[in-house]
Write a protein that binds this ligand. Structure first.
Ligand code: ADP
Ligand code: ASP
Ligand code: MG
Length: 466
């Protein structure tokens, strides 16, 4: 069997969902499990409603929710089999009643607790999956709606819950095998799970990719397909460099680095479960299903390209700690890292000199407390709105002179914290937030201008054949 995930744009309206049905139909012989995200912009919309409710603006929250509801009812009406329209409307209506109840609770207390945030934002996937399952039935397929929550067991760290694999894996395997019986096409939700007490959780923004890979690994799928709005993993975000080309084949290690360092096309944790079970992952365009997409495999074939792709992440915070006490002293770094450990915050990049340490953070929820504690160790300064740029490619291990190519192509941009990590397949550094687009464009031009997509693919292919 295979697992096919369709992101927000791939389920955004009736036209997109009809395309989805025809893509799935063409692979029915592979026994697909279908995982869907919320319809485009719904998760953001629901979170907006929460914020409006918390701010006391009940009317705006109500209006925003009405817009979301109208779009769902309209799409359901366009897609459902006639005999199901009434029951589908009732099912959607019950969801919106649940959302309203959670928003009311937020309004009463003026606080969006993580638990209430999940009680609201989890509904996007619950709504879209009900509509998609009905769309399958309207087209003569046996769409089976599967509630993933009782199977996808998580802890209670709401809004970023961790999946408890020892419980989730056997449940997912059994649940989806049952749903696949007799030609069923299971349709389920990404992004959500539930605690041991049955309270709904979410696993972090963009998490539907990760859910899919977890389901793929648990069920022993032959392939995981991530259907999105671009042709695959591209040499960089096409929103920044429209000339970006598709990367035809990439290794798990390379794609993981890209995802971790900001390539939104995959949630950072997506590849872990697939890697462990060695399940190939493909990234495909639901608007152009005829395009082959990107294959993510254990080992990518040798290629001429020095850099496979460039990722970047905005909104990075850099913390610098300077202290004479570091000089010749041992134990300093361990005390420093203990502060981050205590505040459950992970560091992305570190650079040290004799008397200073610089670290980057993505997660700034505990920044003030961290800075207060770090002051006990030395002088602390914080730079906000920095950006991290990361060039990835297995060939970075072997190619001399790359660093000079990288930094001369962006010589007018101020660069700090350069790291060529232990994995040796990435070179990362920090620039200020205002320069990130310019830097990415220049780097893309430096490393990809002579390789148009065909050459790039041909080079990889020739090497595979050899
Ligand atoms: P989905 O809703 O399908 O999960 P996302 O918006 O989360 O889609 O991810 C797809 C987007 O990721 C693309 O539209 C593109 O702008 C962005 N992106 C960033 N880096 C890359 C990259 N290297 N390759 C492809 N897309 C990228
Ligand atoms: N709908 C969720 C989000 O917008 C999960 C996802 O799309 O992957 O974050
Ligand atoms: Mg996504």
């Amino acid at each position: 069997m295979i697992v096919m995930k369709f992101g927000g744009t791939s389920v955004e309206d009736a036209i997109a969902i009809r395309r989805l049905v025809s893509i799935v139909r063409s692979q029915l012989h592979r026994r697909p499990v279908v995982v869907v995200s919320a319809m485009g912009r719904t998760t953001n919309g629901l979170l907006e409603c929460s914020r409006m409710a918390a701010g006391g603006d009940t009317l705006s929250a109500q209006n925003r929710l009405d817009e979301i509801a109208a779009h769902h009812f309209k799409t359901a009406g366009q897609l459902a089999p006639p005999e199901e329209i009434e029951s589908l409307r009732e099912a959607l209506g019950r969801r919106f009643i649940a959302v309203r109840a959670a928003l009311e609770e937020i309004g009463q207390t003026g606080r969006i607790t993580p638990r209430l945030s999940d009680a609201v934002s989890s509904n996007g996937e619950l709504l879209s999956s009900v509509i998609v399952a009905a769309a399958f039935r309207a087209e003569g397929l046996k769409g089976v709606w599967v509630d993933v929550r009782p199977m996808m067991r998580t802890n209670d760290d709401f809004t970023r819950a961790a999946v408890q694999f020892e419980i989730a894996n056997p449940e997912l395997k059994e649940g989806f095998n049952a749903a696949l019986a007799d030609g069923g096409v299971p349709v389920t939700q990404g992004f959500i799970g539930s605690t041991a007490d049955g309270v709904t959780t979410t696993i972090g923004r963009g998490g539907s990719d990760y859910s899919t890979s977890i389901i793929g690994a648990a069920t022993g799928a032959d392939e995981i397909q991530i259907w999105t709005d671009v042709d695959g993993i591209m040499t960089t975000d096409p929103r920044i460099a429209p000339e970006a080309a598709k990367v035809k084949i990439i290794s798990f290690a390379e794609a993981s680095e890209l995802a971790y360092f900001g390539a939104k096309v995959l949630h950072p944790s997506t590849l872990l479960p697939a890697m462990v079970r060695d399940i190939p992952v493909r990234v495909l365009n639901s608007r152009r299903p005829e395009v082959e997409g990107t294959a993510i495999v254990r080992q990518s074939p040798p290629s001429r390209a020095v850099v496979k792709a460039i990722a970047f992440k905005r909104g990075i915070t850099v913390i610098n700690v300077t202290s004479d006490r570091m000089l010749m002293a041992h134990g300093f770094l361990s005390r420093l890292f203990a502060v981050f450990d205590m505040h459950e915050t992970s560091i992305d990049m570190v650079a040290t000199s004799e008397v200073s340490v610089s670290m980057t953070l993505d997660d700034t929820r505990h920044l003030d407390a961290i800075v207060a504690d770090l002051r006990g160790l030395g002088e602390v300064s914080v730079e906000r709105d920095a950006a991290l740029i990361c060039l990835v490619g297995e060939n970075l291990k072997f190619t001399p002179g790359v660093a000079s190519r990288i930094f001369s192509s962006i010589e007018e941009i101020n660069v700090s914290m350069i790291s060529h990590g232990a994995s040796a397949i990435n070179v990362s550094f920090i620039v200020d937030g205002g320069s990130v687009e310019r830097a990415v464009k220049s780097l893309h031009c430096e490393f990809f201008s002579e390789l148009d997509e065909e050459t790039f693919e041909a080079a990889a292919l020739a090497q595979t054949v050899a």
